[in-house]
Design a binder for this molecule. Structure first.
Ligand SMILES: [Zn+2]
Length: 220
């Protein structure tokens, strides 16, 4: 999420020390949706995602990942792009999306707190509002970037079963939440947990999380 560059770099070095294999999110989704019949994941598989389309992802994060040839998925809400001062521009996002290492996916259209909106609106109005957030984000990104968009990160990580159904109706294959734990095949595909990496997660803490995540795997 938000962290100092030096801390981010030390986290990247820790992933290398643990011999993590950074795979594209699409590979994880294919594995999750195929079930037992599908190909297995590489050992110590890690997926990197970054939300909200901040300019620092273009200026700082992307070059550090490119050096390592590591893939990343960016979850973006299109209303901010070329609009908010902190956000990337469409040309910057297009430049990133042109790389085979970068996938740009949906974070709804303007990042609403969907659970709060559900409480405030009559049910039909909320359904239309959520459908619009889900479909307009997807169609805008596909149109602007000429790349397929079928993955979603819930704003603030918040969703419920009704929203999961709506996301499936809107054409998404999977959706991502928070939760600070590692994803497994047991997680519902529309509420897959992610670790929230903030500045207080230093390399030492990351090492503890990696240790826990890989404790059942053989050492590399
Ligand atoms: Zn967000």
């Amino acid at each position: 999420m938000t962290l100092r560059v030096a801390n981010f770099e030390s986290q990247l070095r820790m992933l290398e020390r643990f011999s993590c294999q950074v795979i594209p999110l699409s590979e994880w989704v294919a594995w999750r949706l195929a079930g037992a019949a599908g190909a297995s994941l590489p050992p110590r598989a890690v997926v990197l995602t970054a939300d909200d389309g901040h300019r620092s992802q273009f200026e700082v994060m992307a070059p550090l990942l490119r050096e390592r040839n590591w893939p990343v998925t960016l979850f973006v809400y299109p209303s901010a792009i070329s609009n908010a001062a902190y956000a990337m521009t469409w040309p910057q996002l297009r430049e990133l999306a042109a790389s085979p290492l970068v996938s740009v996916q949906s974070h709804t259209f303007w990042h609403p707190n969907l659970l709060r909106e559900r409480e405030r609106m009559p049910p039909d109005a909320f359904r239309r509002f959520a459908a619009d957030q889900l479909t307009r984000s997807r169609s805008t990104l596909e149109q602007r970037l000429s790349r397929p968009v079928d993955l979603l990160a819930w704003p603030f990580g918040l969703s419920d079963e009704g929203l999961a159904l709506q996301a499936a109706e809107a054409g998404y294959q999977a959706a991502f939440a928070l939760g600070n734990r590692s994803a497994s095949a047991a997680d519902p595909p529309f509420a897959v947990p992610r670790h929230l990496m903030v500045d207080s997660v230093d390399a030492h803490q990351l090492a503890a999380r990696l240790q826990a995540a890989f404790s059942s795997e053989a050492p590399p």
